[in-house]
Design a binder for this molecule. Structure first.
Ligand SMILES: NC(=O)c1ccc[n+]([C@@H]2O[C@H](COP(=O)([O-])OP(=O)(O)OC[C@H]3O[C@@H](n4cnc5c(N)ncnc54)[C@H](OP(=O)(O)O)[C@@H]3O)[C@@H](O)[C@H]2O)c1
Length: 245
């Protein structure tokens, strides 16, 4: 049996498990199995690999995307620059770490871009924000980070610094925070929604609910809106490609 799985903690509802169970079933991949590995400490990683010698690939989720790095033999250029790995490929004696959030975000963003979309506001400075920043740099889209934390080591502005000039100039707004995610569906990032226009593209990395309040507010102002579901699917398929390459 070829073993694939997900490490993180805690691992309640898992999109990956459902996705790969269905894929293995639909594609008659009877020699593949997907398991959840809820490890309480990243130091349990070595034991996990020793006990599961048939491991071919692992997806990595919160809280280990950063702390897994020292446990991996080779880390891709993108994952090294971002400082986070969400996909590990196992070969006979090596492990290689990748960041497939990058591909997921890039491929789902590009079809929505219009010539006036040259600057982006990135809300939040966590793991997914770093992957988003990497893609924006690749696409040569200028960006400003927005954070609750003025002492943040990254160069950012506060939510109440966002004024009319910034809103007119930055026509892409990307939510890389968990604000508005189920079960907190009545919450939304504190941006001046009244200044949105049809020129804006609002991208929310959240995929549950399907339409966050952030996106609903944008829709009312005729913005182009996008949730994180396609990014998630592309990322899962990219993991599959890497595990089987
Ligand atoms: N669609 C996909 O494939 C995909 C992939 C990855 C992540 N996601 C989603 O993206 C979201 C963020 O994930 P992540 O891994 O980047 O999380 P994370 O590393 O915890 O970072 C989230 C960032 O959001 C900001 N934040 C957190 N709580 C906040 C609050 N109450 N109010 C305002 N800002 C807050 C913080 O930035 P500041 O401290 O700078 O404000 C924090 O660094 C989650 O909803 C996750 O499910 C989706």
């Amino acid at each position: 049996m070829k073993l694939f799985g997900l490490i993180g903690y805690p691992l309640g509802h898992s999109f990956s498990k459902k996705y790969f169970d269905k894929k293995f079933n639909d594609e008659n991949l009877d020699d593949c199995i997907f398991e959840l590995f809820a490890i309480k400490d990243i130091n349990e990683f070595h034991k996990l690999t020793e006990e599961n010698t048939n491991l071919k690939g692992l997806a990595v989720t919160i809280p280990y995307k950063q702390s897994i790095l020292p446990f991996i033999n080779y880390v891709s250029v993108a994952a090294t620059e971002i400082g986070a790995v969400n996909c590990i490929k196992f070969t006979d004696c090596n492990t290689t770490g990748h960041n497939t959030d990058v591909v997921g975000f890039e491929k789902s963003l590009i079809p929505l871009l219009q010539p006036h979309h040259t600057k982006a506001l990135v809300l939040g400075t966590g793991g997914s924000s770093k992957a988003v920043q990497y893609v924006l740099k690749l696409l040569k889209i200028d960006f400003l980070l927005v954070s609750r934390d003025k002492t943040n080591t990254q160069d950012c502005i506060a939510y109440n610094d966002i004024d009319q000039k910034i809103m007119a100039e930055y026509s892409i707004i990307i939510n890389c925070t968990p604000i508005g995610m189920t079960p907190n569906e009545n919450a939304m990032p504190a941006i001046p929604y009244e200044l949105l226009s049809a020129n804006h593209l609002l991208y929310d990395l959240i995929y549950t609910p399907e339409k966050t309040l952030f996106l609903k507010k944008g829709e009312l102002k005729y913005c182009t809106i996008k949730n994180g579901f396609e990014m998630l699917i592309i990322q899962a398929e990219e993991n599959w490609k890497i595990w089987n390459a």
